[in-house]
Design a protein around this ligand. Sequence first.
Ligand SMILES: Nc1ncnc2c1ncn2[C@@H]1O[C@H](COP(=O)(O)OP(=O)(O)O)[C@@H](O)[C@H]1O
Ligand SMILES: [Mg+2]
Length: 219
Amino acid sequence: MQPTILAENLIGRGGYADVFKGQKEFCLVFQLSPLGSLASILHGPNRHILTWNRRYNIALGIARGLLYLHDHCHRRIIHRDIKSDNILLTKNFEPQICDFGLAKWLPPDADQQHVTKFEGTFGYSAPEYLTHGIVDEKTDVYAFGILLLEILTGRKALDYLQQSILIWAKPLIDAHNVKELVDPSLGEDYDIEQTMELLKPEEDIIFEFENDGTPRRVT
Ligand SMILES: Nc1ncnc2c1ncn2[C@@H]1O[C@H](COP(=O)(O)OP(=O)(O)O)[C@@H](O)[C@H]1O
Ligand SMILES: [Mg+2]
């Protein structure tokens, strides 16, 4: 049954959407995003409007959103379908995670959950999710890593041969070859240090967010 979208059913305003309560389920209502999804810009004719600063802020904004879902909600929420199609952009290029159709609440007493049916998007799915159906925060973190590569390179998660962006990017990342890696449509508009920051989780670069949302690098 569809929850009724009436003012009295509004139970909260999250960072992403208004949350309405129905008889059996919740309903998220988003503002219309004038720019549409990140995918539609990144892989469309207007990709040049995604300047380096905007891409960097979009990447941090999505990280902040995931941190909120994983660590700061009443119950841990795993989105399970993080990808550029499911990121809306406000008129100020602020990212909003949308499409919670596959989202799961993790039980408070379990580190992970197992699912028997694959639901999600090939190209963004973590190996342990694909092979064993394991769902936890890392499911979203893996997808976020692929999304980061997509934002930096302008390439799709899977190319026309269904080959992962990771296969293409890994040798360039290992060689610190930022020039070859970044989206050619950026020209010279990119920051090598910021790119390497985003690409090096193995060095445990951790951002924390201040109360006002400002990112601060911790390590
Ligand atoms: N609030 C919105 N403003 C602008 N475009 C939207 C909005 N919500 C959804 N869309 C567009 O519709 C697409 C599909 O919406 P989504 O919520 O992801 O549903 P699903 O993928 O399950 O069909 C998005 O990728 C985006 O392009
Ligand atoms: Mg979607």
